[in-house]
Design a protein around this ligand. Structure first.
Ligand SMILES: Nc1nc2c(ncn2[C@@H]2O[C@H](COP(=O)(O)OP(=O)(O)O)[C@@H](O)[C@H]2O)c(=O)[nH]1
Ligand SMILES: [Mg+2]
Length: 272
């Protein structure tokens, strides 16, 4: 009886730790300290683009092994299966220095509200299964549904389907063709990786970052297009006001409006 109590308490404690260690991924939960730190970052660092990637998939498929191989160039055989964590790394993407944030999920996504918050804050997803376990491939459809549900208002979500453990060919349960045609149906790329041999590990993270970057660029273009359209209109209005009512002109501060447009585009380019 006592041992059951200890087991349950330990699990709850572990989950609490897990959730707190990745709370920076939950929108609106950044601490004062982290906000202050962010504000005092060097100009160079804060101006680096940041791409936020989430590892999604059934337990045991190699999400942590892929993450750790990408981060530290090593294959971790026995990473704690219930441990979720987030990682940040500076990389050079097509000649540009950028930062990548990786959220390695692990079971906490069973709690729908927590999972939805993570998914909402992610900009791109690696949907991982193991080529040695057909069930994990079938599960990708449900994970994808969850992502689409949370990001319903977004056009195209950067996502790659990843068939991991390609070094275990003799234990393959998911034919390449089956996975490829599913990915085609979803309009995404299918890549096979091995966290053990490092095959295609960089490729999946870099290709995903490219998709995220392309999406941000096109969103930015749209935003800027709309902004300049708006600006033209208010400039016209202002001309009329200048000809007429001086008091009304004061209530439409020209400098402030231009300033806010500049701030918006600067803010946006920081996410490119
Ligand atoms: N042979 C082989 N084993 C792998 C590979 N990726 C992960 N594993 C092993 O599969 C098990 C589960 O991996 P893990 O990263 O903890 O899975 P997660 O639950 O999705 O995070 C571990 O024993 C890993 O060593 C791989 O590419 N090849
Ligand atoms: Mg894991």
């Amino acid at each position: 009886m006592l041992s059951v109590f200890y087991k349950v308490s330990a699990t709850l404690f572990q989950r609490t730790l897990m959730i707190s260690s990745i709370s920076n991924w939950l929108p609106g939960t950044s601490s004062v300290a982290s906000r202050t730190m962010a504000a005092s970052k060097s100009k160079n660092q804060s101006s680096l683009a940041l791409h936020k990637v989430i590892m999604v998939g059934s337990g045991g498929v190699g999400k942590s092994a892929l993450t750790l191989q990408f981060m530290y160039d090593e294959f971790v055989e026995d990473y704690e299966p219930t441990k979720a964590d987030s990682y940040r790394k500076k990389v050079v993407l097509d000649g540009e220095e950028v930062q990548i944030d990786i959220l390695d999920t692990a079971g906490q996504e069973d709690y729908a509200a927590i999972r939805d918050n993570y998914f909402r804050s992610g900009e791109g997803f690696l949907l991982v299964f193991s080529i040695t376990e057909h069930e994990s491939f079938t599960a990708t459809a449900e994970f994808r549904e969850q992502i689409l549900r949370v990001k319903a208002e977004e056009d195209k979500i950067p996502l790659l389907v990843v068939g991991n453990k390609s070094d275990l060919e003799e234990r393959r349960q998911v034919p390449v063709e089956e996975a490829r045609s599913k990915a085609e149906e979803w309009g995404v790329q299918y890549v096979e990786t091995s966290a053990k041999t490092r095959a295609n590990v960089d490729k999946v993270f870099f290709d995903l970052m490219r998709e995220i970057r392309a999406k941000k660029m096109s969103e930015n273009k749209d935003k800027n297009g709309k902004k300049s359209g708006k600006n033209k209109k208010s400039f016209k209005e202002r001309c009329c006001l200048l000809n007429g009512d001086i008091d009304s002109r004061e209530s439409l501060p020209y400098e402030t409006q231009i300033g806010s447009i500049q701030a918006t585009s600067e803010e946006a380019t920081a996410w490119l």
